[in-house]
Design a protein. Structure first.
Length: 256
């Protein structure tokens, strides 16, 4: 009785036959949807990828240009810094060479030579002037009264080399024999009767060289330093108290 009622209502008598007919439209829809999504994704990628590549190339090109310009600027600024330091040294060396021809030195009038040397130091703004013999023994030092007993020059080997070669030179960083402070010296030979007899030295403190660096108006986050021939830092724009006297980075020193 129940089965008859179902047939009268128009329901299929075999469920295995009816199920595929009802599911066929749904399967077709599902098989079509992923294909449309993939096509849309490919279309979007086809539009975005060239733009991304072009943007990446533009950024890379801009970076290379900026880096090249920065490197050129750094080279120019380093050249300007070197010229400024060289001018300071050349000016001091020239004044010392003139002082080396002093008639007071030739006549042995050390008191008059002391006054003359002090005038030269004050004119140049140097830190100190020292007169030593050809073995590095100090004869007078403007940081002490004339006649004071003095120790040897802080860089006696340098003094002996300058006297023997009869050529001026600039020292590495050393500790002053009188002041005990770090400095470099510009050393010039002075002869008597054509023979090396004295060496006149002008001491330059790291602070003075540091002022030369800061006067170049570098960007605030740039660091500039002066090194001696051993790679030791003589002057620095940032934290000089911490770094002056320390060795520079081996990689940087090797490239100098």
């Amino acid at each position: 009785m129940t089965a008859t009622t179902a047939l009268a209502a128009g329901e299929p008598s075999d469920p295995e036959t009816a199920a595929p007919e009802a599911a066929a439209p749904e399967a077709t829809d599902r098989s079509g949807l992923p294909s449309i999504r993939r096509k849309l994704a490919l279309l979007v990628m086809a539009c975005l990828v060239p733009g991304c590549l072009a943007t990446g190339l533009l950024i890379h090109d801009f970076y290379n240009r900026q880096r090249s310009q920065l490197e050129r600027n750094m080279v120019q600024i380093a050249h300007s810094l070197a010229l400024a330091v060289d001018r300071e040294i050349a000016s001091s060396r020239s004044a010392l060479q003139t002082l080396a021809t002093s008639p007071y030195l030739a006549s042995g009038d050390l008191a008059a030579f002391y006054r003359q040397a002090r005038a030269v130091r004050d004119t140049l703004g140097g830190d100190n002037i020292v007169l030593s013999d050809d073995q590095g023994r100090q004869i007078l030092n403007l940081s002490r009264p004339l006649g004071t007993l003095l120790p040897d020059h802080g860089a006696p080997d340098q003094v002996r080399t300058v006297a023997a070669s009869n050529r001026p030179a600039v020292s590495d960083l050393f500790l002053g024999g009188v002041t005990g402070r770090r400095l470099i010296s510009i050393d010039v030979p002075a002869s008597l009767d054509g023979q090396p007899a004295y060496v006149i030295s002008m001491g330059l403190l790291p602070e003075r060289l540091g002022r030369i660096l800061t006067e170049q108006n570098l960007p605030a986050d740039w660091i500039a330093a002066v090194f001696d021939s051993r790679g030791t830092i003589i002057a620095r724009t940032h934290q000089p108290d911490k770094f002056v006297g320390q060795g520079g980075s081996p990689v940087l020193v090797d490239r100098m």
